[in-house]
Write a new protein. Structure first.
Length: 185
């Protein structure tokens, strides 16, 4: 029989989100976790690092939209611990950006990829995107300006009025009188 009523309320939104993220398994090293050439570390890992031989691998969850942090399931399996980049000055990136940068580095012939080279490449790729967006905006504006000129273009040569055609009634009209009173504001 189906239960009827109000659905359960999520009390811990972060835990709820983490439960639906993709799973990775990694071993813990002295410097923390390394995932896709990026190092993750927090001081909360120190007790586990001291006893890392006990646990063959840890269950890790990572949001592909922001890989600047990972969630590690503690060895007891009760709670997730949020672990940031080891180098906090690195910008938050998506998994897609990381993979694109890695592919670009490999395309340039780099076999050994380190974290700093990876983030330099991500920075270069972001600069290219920014400059392309600016150039695209400028090109669109210039095209709009040129389009406006085309629609409101004047004729090449002004057409002079015909002098042969005379208004026969124009000669019969009395001359215009100047205004007697002009209202000043």
């Amino acid at each position: 029989m189906a239960r009827v009523g109000v659905p359960a309320v999520v009390t811990r939104a972060t835990s709820f989100l983490v439960d639906f993220l993709p799973i990775l398994r990694r071993t813990l090293t002295r410097t923390g976790f390394v995932i896709d050439h990026i190092h993750y570390y927090a001081d909360a890992l120190k007790p586990w690092i001291a006893r890392r031989e006990r646990w063959p691998s840890f269950l890790i969850r990572r949001d592909p939209r922001d890989i600047s942090r990972i969630w590690v399931l503690e060895p007891e399996g009760q709670h997730y611990l949020e672990i940031p980049y080891r180098t906090l000055s690195h910008p938050a990136v998506t998994l897609w950006e990381q993979r694109q940068a890695l592919a670009k580095l490999r395309q340039q012939g780099r076999e050994q990829v380190d974290e700093s080279a990876l983030f330099r490449m991500i920075g270069q790729m972001r600069e290219i995107v920014t400059s392309a967006q600016k150039a695209t905006r400028k090109a669109r504006r210039d095209a709009d300006r040129r389009q406006h000129l085309k629609t409101s273009a004047r004729p090449d040569k002004p057409v002079p009025p015909d002098t042969d055609i005379a208004d026969p009634q124009a000669d019969n009209l009395p001359p215009a009188k100047p205004f007697d009173q002009i209202e000043e504001w």
